[in-house]
Design a protein around this ligand. Structure first.
Ligand SMILES: Nc1nc2c(ncn2[C@@H]2O[C@H](COP(=O)(O)OP(=O)(O)O)[C@@H](O)[C@H]2O)c(=O)[nH]1
Ligand SMILES: [Mg+2]
Length: 149
């Protein structure tokens, strides 16, 4: 029997859409606030500040924060041309399941979505989801995967 909800940590650049995604998934009203520190949302999502990915000095903090989770989500905006995820980035999480989430697909074309998807694949996310927190597209599939962990 499951004693608690599966916990997942969201890692991605500032503005990637991590916080908005947690708001969507936990049925909160979408409202912007800058994530200043690690926040646990609904006991399930560990939301992290963009600095955890953008500044290598935070990688120690990132791996400690991730030690207690069931899965890692690498979050990449489809609207972003570049990525901060180095190839193989996901391997720093010691073999835990790594999923890729392409966000903001409502505001991107197919080529942009595929580019983001490829960044996540290269980073080590074997499974990827394409979502929008505005239209809700892709969220059912993501939710199903979370519940299957
Ligand atoms: N069009 C669109 N905008 C989004 C989506 N998700 C987030 N945003 C916007 O992107 C900005 C950054 O979102 P936020 O969740 O704070 O990103 P974080 O820094 O990764 O936590 C905000 O202005 C959001 O309203 C989405 O799915 N579609
Ligand atoms: Mg945030």
């Amino acid at each position: 029997m499951k004693s608690r909800k599966q916990r997942i940590i969201l890692v991605g650049k500032s503005q990637a859409g991590k916080t908005t995604l947690t708001q969507y998934m936990t049925n909160q009203q979408l409202s912007y606030h800058k994530t200043q520190t690690v926040e646990v949302v609904n006991g399930q999502f560990i939301d992290t500040p963009g600095e955890y990915l953008e500044q290598r000095g935070f990688y120690g903090a990132l791996s400690v924060t991730a030690a207690d989770v069931d899965a890692i989500a690498l979050v990449q905006s489809a609207a972003e041309e570049s990525t901060m995820f180095a190839p193989g980035f996901g391997s720093m999480f010691c073999g835990k399941p790594v999923v890729g989430i392409v966000t903001k697909i409502d505001s991107a074309g197919e080529e942009q979505i595929k580019r983001a998807d490829n960044y996540l694949k290269e980073a080590g996310a074997e499974i990827r989801f394409w979502v929008s927190s505005v239209t809700g597209e892709g969220m059912t599939e993501l939710d199903k995967w979370l519940n299957s962990l």
